[in-house]
Design a protein around this ligand. Structure first.
Ligand SMILES: [Zn+2]
Length: 430
């Protein structure tokens, strides 16, 4: 997770345990719970959440879907059991090596759609990944994109907001897919980031009349922190101060591996025993981030020392994954209770609360908090008004009411009018 100097933040998750103008009426849904400043969610502390693979699903849940941590845990456990609890009997990962993936990707798609449906008042699973109000917490999910002509694979950043090309100068090849015109549904993004070869069938989307292939972002960018950090800085012309706080959550160290990444070929071979390599690559990225954020941002990395770093992507032992979940919980709690773990959590919490408090009491723009938390905007409700379709910030609507409608209400009625003018983001089906 990262927070910028203007109060923007990014959450990073790695593998495994890791409008708004409305469109047509009947298709409108809102993910937004009733406003309550007493209920703080992870997305109220971070400006960005990012993740790769199953960490990408978690970033979607905590960021794009504004879930609480408990809601996210429950949804993830259900999804994992529905998918990893039901491997195919014959598949490519074990003798006699039948050439088909270990899991049925349709089950995964169904499980992701089910999560989205439950967050929708209209109960459909086709909500777009692009968020209706970009002032709210943003989400970046990373997958691996294969170029059709050359076959080269590069990281692809699915963003819930628009990322324009950052400069008019020579193309920055580390600026991933800026100005993309493609729009994806949330479930498609979740599917792309989790499409680990040999586990799930690669996913293909129609772009420019061609089918473009995406696979699990874990291959090469299992720790998405550096990609997301760079992408957010690019939005601010590479201002090193653009991000203020980064909280990165790993999925366990693997102390037996050499932290020198050497991926790039023999994709399927690598995926056979990829857990160690992922752990090593994630640690290498962590070392880069320690250097990149020096003197610029507070960088916190939480990563369990022992026991889960070698866990396979699809580990799911015991009834409904009980053994696997118990191991993850025990090791994580032990790490968090250690001197290192508790010190990092305490310092990170302190920084994040400071950012959150500053945002909610920002004198120059007192309404920014309700925009950030709940996507609140305002519409003129007085009829007739030729600006009735327009959406405003509170102060803008106040000026509009005073300038255009002051004969229709007195000063005492102004605040009531403003309260009645609030609008919340509307999710639309494509
Ligand atoms: Zn008006």
């Amino acid at each position: 997770m990262l927070t910028s100097s203007s109060g923007r933040a990014v959450r990073t998750e790695t593998r495994q345990n890791s409008n708004f103008l409305t469109r047509n009426g009947p298709q409108q849904q809102s993910f937004i719970p009733p406003p309550s400043s007493s209920q703080y969610l992870p997305c109220h502390y971070f400006d960005y959440m990012t993740g790769t693979s199953t960490g990408g699903l978690i970033a979607i849940m905590l960021g794009r879907l504004s879930m609480t941590v408990d809601e996210c845990l429950e949804a993830y456990e259900k999804l994992a059991d529905f998918v990893f609890g039901h491997p195919r009997r014959l598949h490519i990962r074990r003798p006699p090596f039948i050439p088909r993936d270990k899991y049925d990707h349709k089950r995964l798609e169904k499980a992701i759609k089910e999560i989205i449906k439950q967050r929708n008042s209209d109960g459909h699973g086709n909500t777009m990944f692009r968020q209706p109000n970009t002032e709210m917490c943003r989400t970046i999910v990373i997958a691996w994109h294969k170029f059709n002509v050359t076959g080269i694979r590069v990281p692809y950043l699915f963003r819930s907001y628009r990322h324009p090309t950052s400069s008019d100068g020579p193309r920055d090849f580390l600026e991933r897919n800026p100005d993309t015109r493609y729009e994806y549904k949330i479930w498609q993004v979740g599917r792309a980031t989790t499409a680990a070869p040999t586990y799930f069938k690669a996913v293909k989307f129609e772009e420019d009349d061609e089918m473009t292939e995406y696979i699990d972002g874990g291959f090469g960018a299992n720790n998405p922190t550096e990609e997301a950090y760079r992408s957010i800085q690019q939005l601010s012309n590479n201002d090193p101060q653009a991000v203020k706080v980064v909280v990165s959550i790993g999925t366990g160290k693997n102390l037996e591996t050499n932290p020198s990444p050497s991926a790039g070929y023999k994709l399927y071979y690598l995926y056979i025993n990829a857990a160690a390599k992922w752990a090593a690559q994630s640690e290498a990225t962590h070392h880069n981030m320690t250097y990149n954020t020096r003197g610029a941002a507070e960088y916190f990395r939480l990563n369990v020392e022992h026991g889960i770093g070698k866990m396979k992507l699809d580990a799911w032992k015991g009834t409904r994954g009980s053994e696997t979940l118990a191991l993850i919980r025990t090791q994580t709690e032990e790490y968090l209770a250690s001197d290192e773990g508790s010190m990092i959590v305490s310092r990170a919490a302190q920084e994040l609360v400071t950012v959150r408090q500053a945002r909610s009491t920002w004198q120059q723009d007192p309404d920014r908090w309700e925009r950030f938390c709940h996507g609140v905007e305002y519409a003129c409700r007085i009829t007739p008004c030729n600006q009735g379709e327009r959406r405003w910030q509170r102060q803008q609507l106040r000026s509009h009411l005073e300038e255009c409608h002051s004969t229709q209400f007195n000063a005492d009625e102004l605040e009531n009018l403003l309260e009645a003018a609030k609008c919340f983001p509307i999710e639309t089906e494509p």
